[in-house]
Design a binder for this molecule. Structure first.
Ligand code: SF4
Length: 623
């Protein structure tokens, strides 16, 4: 085993069309400005963006990135980020996953993998100790993610780690996910479809390099402080997810009216939420804890259902909170066994559970309102008295539609496009209850529970409705308004996803400790302010990426159904203030002086040089 304090920045670049493989070193300038992870990926992919091409064109690159902390023996440092142009939204797409793959990639000698072009036949990539090879695998095409992972791990040997797509990714379903370890999912933004469009079934990594910090004593001190805070249970939420998994938060969330129910129409069905929450699952089924690399929080869970229609195939990953809420209360599904089965099916077939649950709830409301009638509806398999029943809470509908979406069957093909496009297809006013921002289905936290805090975040986060990238709240240090709080927390989130740390772990790490951890990893002294600026630059780069893809200010919005549920909330005022703080003009375009002050005048030049493309793409998106 080699052991070295190697600087982060060795990126494997694979062109699946030409079959060329090479290594690129991250530039010092970009590492200084963007650190790694999604920040680095955003800057890199901005240069490669071809806005006028389809997001699934071979010209769309897909990046799997770690950060400078990845692979250190530190909690939360085993994750990886996947970035590219979202086939779901047509805009910037990113999604992260836990587990062990990120750390193993670094052990293999690489800090990121960028995939360009597309293969004509199914392939997978094997990376081992500084060596990479493209292998053909027509026999794996069509296999689910569990079988794919088992087959490839058996061939690659003990310790190897796999990311792969299932049939949904192969079929280029816009809500397809990328799966590692059967239950660690880069779910959002449909990047599984981008991977599938490249005919890239999987990436297998194995390495023997040990990742060492540049300042081991500093990292050891920070680890000790983290463990003290974790063991003291000072953060009740972290203790809850340690004890029950993230779905252990379901009851608490339902009490706070945080859980959207019946396609965001209700919030009062506590008993239903409780039935599918982690506390009840732990009482009634064999549930086991699981973890990611080097993490004592261990918020992962597996479950086994031994009998009945929805018995599982052994011990399988249990639904996390977001999955349980989207497939459960959002569709009014109260049968925990059907829910676990549907969740498992999403993992096996490779579908984003939030988007899948949202699409199913949307379809149920379409049916209830009589929008799925007549010859047009019959043409995609929906007619009175036929399957799927599309009645609220119907287990067969939920499970059946998950399969139909993955295999693009009947109504499933339309729902798999995401609720925005499905609503446009169905028409007749369906847009009103398609709950998304920028085309990404909203996550399972009702902004009214945070007195509107989540609403502005959902509306302005670069990948669309996302709860992981900040909240409009005055609770952050040094801020005097919720809008300032959103800018603060979005920049903080950008720093975390550039370092590639787990958001839960970060709840136990104060800003200065975060800076110390990154300093220990890189051997360069970072302050919290430095990292925050990384996050700030990152937000603007993603904004410019989106503008080039045709984003207009009309898309920094949320459906009325969400906004009207927040008493006394003036979204438009809040958005105007946010635009002012972000130095955006009325078209949502950042001031060149702001970009220059952040040291990214080059990004401003890209913006200035692409005005015609922006206008053209804006028209195309609106059309
Ligand atoms: S807190 Fe949970 S998701 Fe985060 S690294 Fe630990 S086990 Fe993984």
């Amino acid at each position: 085993m080699t052991s070295e304090a190697q600087a982060w920045g060795r990126v494997l670049v694979v062109d699946l069309e030409t079959r060329e493989i090479c290594t690129e070193e991250a530039t010092e300038e970009w590492k200084e400005k963007f650190l790694g992870g999604t920040g680095y990926a955003a800057r890199m992919l901005l240069d490669e963006l071809s806005p006028e091409e389809d997001p699934l064109s071979p010209k769309s690159s897909l990046a799997f990135m770690t950060g400078p902390v990845t692979g250190l023996r530190f909690p939360g440092a085993g994750r990886f980020e996947v970035s590219g142009r979202s086939p779901l939204t047509g805009l910037w797409g990113e999604s992260s996953a836990g587990g062990f793959w990120g750390a193993e990639l670094r052990f293999s000698g690489f800090d990121g993998v960028v995939v360009r072009g597309a293969s004509e036949i199914p392939v997978f990539l094997v990376i081992r100790d500084g060596y990479a090879e493209i292998k053909e695998c027509p026999e794996l095409w069509g296999k689910d993610t569990f079988e794919t992972e088992e087959t490839l791990k058996e061939a690659a040997g003990k310790g190897s780690q796999v990311v792969c797509v299932g049939p949904a990714g192969e079929n280029e379903v816009p809500i397809a996910s990328i799966i590692h370890g059967k239950g660690h999912v880069a779910a959002r933004a449909g990047l599984g479809a981008l991977m599938g469009s490249k005919k890239l079934k999987a990436i297998v990594v194995r390495g023997t390099r040990k990742i060492e910090p540049r300042f081991p004593d500093l990292l050891a001190r920070e680890l000790e402080s983290f463990l003290l805070r974790f063991r003291s249970k000072e953060n009740g939420f972290i203790d809850l997810i340690h004890t029950y998994g993230t779905n252990g938060g379901m009851e608490l969330a339902a009490r706070m009216k945080d859980v959207p129910m019946q396609n965001w129409r209700r919030d009062d069905l506590f008993d239903l939420a409780q039935k599918v929450g982690g506390l009840e699952l732990a009482k009634n089924y064999p549930v086991k804890p699981g973890s990611c690399f080097a993490c004592p929080i261990a918020c992962k869970r597996t479950i086994r259902i031994d009998s009945g229609t929805f018995r599982t195939r052994g011990q399988v990953p249990a639904p996390e909170y977001e999955s349980a809420a989207a497939l459960g209360p959002l569709t009014l599904l109260s049968d925990p066994e059907a829910l676990c089965y549907a969740n498992d099916l999403c993992n096996r077939l490779g579908l984003d559970t939030i988007s899948a649950g949202s699409a199913i709830a949307f379809a149920m409301e379409c049916k209830e309102r009589g929008l799925l009638t007549g010859d047009r509806a019959a043409s995609f398999g929906v007619a009175d008295g036929t399957s799927p029943a599309l009645t609220w809470g119907d287990p067969e509908t939920v499970v059946g539609l998950v399969e139909d979406m993955a295999f693009k069957r009947g109504l499933g093909e339309i729902l798999g496009m995401g609720v925005k496009r499905a609503a446009a297809f169905i028409g007749r006013g369906a847009e009103e209850f398609a709950i998304h921002s920028k085309g990404l289905e909203a996550p399972m936290h009702h902004p009214k529970a945070s007195k509107g805090g989540g609403a502005l975040a959902y509306a302005t986060n670069p990948r669309g409705a996302c709860h992981l990238q900040g909240s409009a709240s005055s609770r952050y240090p040094g801020v005097s308004s919720p809008e300032e709080g959103l800018v603060y927390s979005q920049n903080q989130a950008g720093a975390i996803s550039s370092a590639v740390m787990c958001n839960y772990v970060m709840m136990c790490i104060p800003p200065d400790s975060f800076a110390a951890i990154v300093s220990a990893a890189t051997g360069k002294t970072w302050s919290w302010e430095d990292l925050w600026r990384v996050g700030e630059r990152t937000w603007y780069v993603k904004r410019v990426y989106n503008l080039l893809c045709g984003l207009s200010p009309d898309e920094d919005r949320l459906p009325r159904r969400i906004l009207d549920a927040i008493p006394g909330y003036d979204f438009e005022r809040s958005l105007r203030e946010y635009y002012r703080l972000r130095a955006l003009d009325s078209e949502g375009v950042p001031d060149q002086r702001k970009l220059a002050a952040l040291g990214i005048a080059d990004v401003g030049q890209i913006l200035a040089a692409n005005k015609e493309t922006m206008a053209k793409m804006k028209g195309r998106r609106k059309g």
